[in-house]
Design a protein around this ligand. Structure first.
Ligand code: NAD
Length: 371
């Protein structure tokens, strides 16, 4: 089985879909791994680190005989046009953001597994790239918050008196939010967490954080949150505003599948924050959780810093690539059997992750939206 790994070409993308340890495992499964020279360099992986992979210098050479193509970001149209018909692709796609590429994958008869579609079930945890990347982003959000502050996080006793610990509020307690809470706490901050799914109370408390209880339950489908009604928003604001305005760092991570990021922090709430406070908005990809957020930028409003970084996992490319490549390996192991590709549509993970196959867009909702 010929496995080709793309060199990521989108701006600010430093990750790579293959690391040496995963290349070793795949070659034991009967795969021949090929990369474009320099593909791992921005993840601190020189060509020489991959002892079981081949390197070529052109995309034509890389893709001409590929059976499976691996990538982090969706390939460009030019790259898709180089794929042999029937070839498989595993990458993030986000078809709503990439309708033309999705149609091209369909028309080129590519069997595409979209990594963002891996179901959130126990059996698929080791393939769940959204989670592996979100955990890293949550960790990094706490560090970004700490370094943008003009004060320290832990309590410190000095000869001239004690410094009180900083307060960190995390809004949205999914995978990223819980990791942000854990990290801020390890750095010595007093932590508080808030979410609209009541089950997150116990999760926040187990990480030493206080749960900000607004009394609103907005559990939606599949463990995700649903959109809030205007009454619920008012009820939440009446409780949460005080916590936002007492915080030194606010980290937001809230997302609703298929919808723009909900606005959790209004301009008025920011205007009432402590001078020097910092907001790290991890929902920038979906437009941001704060009304002031400018995706991809760090702005200062009054004396408040509002950072809305894009593609945070890529800032930790070494570990992000390692975890992502392992997620890919675990997915590939579902259908690489005895050195051959054997797809099984009775397997829930394969059936739910597939985006295009044999000239068709498979998920009904995506098909309706794009056709
Ligand atoms: P996400 O990135 O979709 O959203 C982040 C958080 O924002 C969620 O906790 C959500 O409830 C919250 N949120 C949405 N609107 C909000 C609002 N208005 N105010 C406050 N918070 C708001 O979340 P995720 O990290 O992808 O996790 C989503 C779900 O999937 C969770 O239930 C998680 O436990 C579950 N999950 C399950 C598995 C598994 O079983 N394999 C793996 C990962 C995640």
């Amino acid at each position: 089985i010929q496995v080709a790994v793309l060199k990521e070409s989108r701006p600010h993308e430093k990750r790579v879909a293959m690391v040496p340890a995963v290349a070793d495992k795949l070659s034991k499964l009967g795969c021949d791994i090929c990369l474009l020279s320099g593909a791992g360099l921005s993840s601190k992986l020189p060509d020489s680190a991959y002892t079981t992979a081949r390197f070529v210098n052109t995309e034509q050479e890389l893709l001409a005989t590929a059976n499976i193509v691996l990538a982090v970001q969706p390939p460009t149209a030019e790259q898709i046009n180089l794929l042999p018909p029937g070839c498989m692709l595993l990458s993030f796609v986000y078809p709503h953001k990439e309708p033309d590429l999705t149609r091209l994958l369909r028309d080129k008869h590519i069997t595409c597994f979209a990594m963002e579609q891996v179901p959130r079930i126990s059996r698929a945890q080791a393939m769940d790239a959204l989670s592996s990347q979100a955990a890293l982003a949550g960790y990094y959000a706490a560090l970004l918050g700490a370094t943008k502050l003009a004060r320290i996080l832990p309590m410190m006793t000095t000869a001239v008196g004690s410094i009180r610990p900083a307060r960190c509020l995390v809004m949205g307690l999914g995978v990223a939010g819980l990791q942000a809470l854990a990290t801020a706490r390890r750095l010595g901050a007093i932590t508080e967490g808030y979410d609209v799914r009541p089950e997150t109370k116990e999760q926040a408390e187990s990480l030493g954080a206080k749960f900000v209880d607004t009394g609103v339950d907005a559990r939606g489908e599949g463990g995700y949150a649903r959109e809030l009604t205007p009454e619920e928003k008012d009820k939440i604001a009446s409780v949460v505003t005080r916590h936002i305005q007492q915080a030194d760092i606010v980290i937001t991570t809230a997302a609703i599948p298929g919808r723009p990021s909900p606005k959790l922090i209004s301009k008025a709430q920011v205007d009432g924050m402590k001078l020097g406070a910092v907001i790290i908005d991890l929902a920038a990809e979906g437009g941001g959780n704060c009304e002031y957020s400018v995706p991809g930028e760090t702005i200062t409003q009054g004396q408040i810093t509002i950072a809305a970084p894009l593609n945070v996992p890529s800032m930790l490319a070494e570990h992000a690539s390692e975890l992502y490549a392992k997620n890919l390996l675990n997915l590939l192991q579902l259908f690489i059997v005895d050195g051959e590709i054997k797809l099984d549509w009775d397997d829930e993970v394969q059936a739910k992750t597939v985006l295009t196959h044999q000239g068709e867009i498979k998920p009904a909702a995506v098909k309706t939206a794009l056709e």
